[in-house]
Design a protein around this ligand. Structure first.
Ligand code: PLP
Length: 406
């Protein structure tokens, strides 16, 4: 399919509304994306026609529901180019996926003196679980620093690599600065020391092609709601040999094989990691959203969004008092900025009154903001339905806000 922006916009009912009498300009896609009709309809159709708990019943609906759930798993595997559907675990989202791995490593691998590497760009979701893992095991957290453009300093990363490192967990794309990290090269370097790598793809799967076999990461986490699917669903990819050796994270129904009053054996992967009634409707809607993205084509999406980001960067750079935070050579979707003498929160409030939704504050990256010596930024983050006209509206609104403050 070619990139037909009018058609794409028409797919998203929420975009057709006005706020405070102005057409909605939704530029908070890094926080969550809007949902196309096809996903919304899939959820309501499923509840109207198919709903029954999965993996449990012998009846018609239960079987149909299970089949749709498992074929959604197949689709997620295909979308990420995993070698098997067994390597896909449905979770609540990226935070849940990362906590699963951090907990499994805490239980079975990490010990005093071990090290974990993360980067200075991480979202709290890829930082706090590792801090807790360190507190519980006596392992130590090592942080890859950034340069003034918001890129990871590769020589510093190489200096951190050693046999002591038991896992390296890194964002593919920074949610605050938009930096695309050179993860393929970094994964290869980590592998020279047999270090498994967890890729936080929360801000990449919706913008650029992600192929787990090509990247060769051991684990990958993402959230459905950032890729046009509902909240409360996400996935964790893990290489078979790793998922087989890691212990379960949560326990209860569906994750077991045999249970006695004394002890239990566990199901094979992926069900070993899916305790309880999972969000199977969310999983089915996630597959629908991924099909929608795949139909448009990630190459088309990456090209379109990159042109939009370049245009926005150029327009915002024309505003004298405005400073873009994060000027990495390779960026996706997010454009963070500050304006001299105007607090990011005030800017966000003014933009809101003009119908423009942006995110303000620390974007769940407090250590990064501290490192940059700022209390936060305004972040415009783009998705497939945004346009250059919307960028112009943002630019004009910022100029107006500046006048109001001068
Ligand atoms: N990692 C990154 C890079 C993110 O941007 C986010 C959310 O903004 C998360 C992890 C956490 O995602 P969720 O809140 O959907 O679990």
């Amino acid at each position: 399919m070619s990139f037909d922006i009018d058609k794409i916009r028409a797919d998203f009912p929420i975009l057709q509304q006005t706020v405070y009498g102005k057409p909605l300009v939704y530029l908070d896609n890094g926080a969550t994306t809007q949902k196309p009709n096809i996903v919304i309809d899939r959820i309501s159709d499923f509840y109207r026609t198919t709903n029954a708990n999965v993996h449990r019943g012998v009846h018609f609906l239960s079987d149909k529901s299970t089949q749709e759930y498992e074929s959604s798993r197949d689709f997620v595997a295909q979308f990420l180019n995993a070698s098997s559907s067994k390597e896909i675990i449905f979770t609540k989202g990226a935070t849940d996926s990362i906590n699963l791995i951090a907990d499994a490593f805490t239980q079975s691998i990490l010990k005093k003196g071990d090290q974990i590497i993360v980067s200075a760009l991480e979202h709290h979701a890829n930082l706090v679980p590792w801090q807790i893992a360190c507190q519980k095991t006596g392992a130590e957290l090592k942080i890859i620093p950034i340069n003034e453009k918001g890129e990871l300093i590769q020589s510093e990363f190489e200096n951190l690599l050693s046999d002591k490192v038991k896992i390296f967990s890194i964002a593919h794309v920074s949610n605050s600065l938009g930096t695309i990290n050179p993860v393929k090269e970094m994964i290869a370097k980590a592998h020279q020391f047999n270090i498994p790598v967890l890729l936080d793809a929360s801000q990449s799967v919706q913008h650029i092609e992600v192929d787990v076999q090509d990247l060769d990461c051991e684990f990958l986490a993402f959230s459905g709601h950032k890729i046009y699917a509902p909240t409360g669903i996400g996935a964790l990819y893990g290489k078979t040999e790793w998922l087989e050796k890691l212990p379960p994270y949560q326990s209860g129904g569906d994750m077991i094989d045999q249970v006695s009053y004394i002890s239990s054996t566990y199901a094979e992967i992926p069900l070993k990691f899916e305790a309880g009634t999972n969000n199977y409707v969310g999983a089915i809607a996630l597959a629908e959203a991924l099909k929608y993205v795949q139909n448009i084509g990630l190459k088309n999406i990456a090209n379109y969004e990159s042109e939009l980001l370049n245009y926005a960067t150029q327009k915002l750079n024309e505003i004298e008092a405005l400073k873009i935070i994060g000027t990495a050579d390779k960026k996706a979707s997010a454009l963070s900025f500050i304006i001299d003498k105007i607090h990011n929160y005030d800017l966000g409030m003014i933009l809101d009154k003009m119908g423009i939704a942006v995110r303000t504050g620390h974007h769940c990256t407090q250590p990064l903001m501290n490192k940059l010596g700022i209390n936060g930024t305004v972040r415009a983050s783009f998705a497939i339905y945004n346009t250059k006209e919307e960028v112009d509206k943002l630019t004009n609104a910022l100029l107006k806000a500046q006048q109001m403050f001068s």
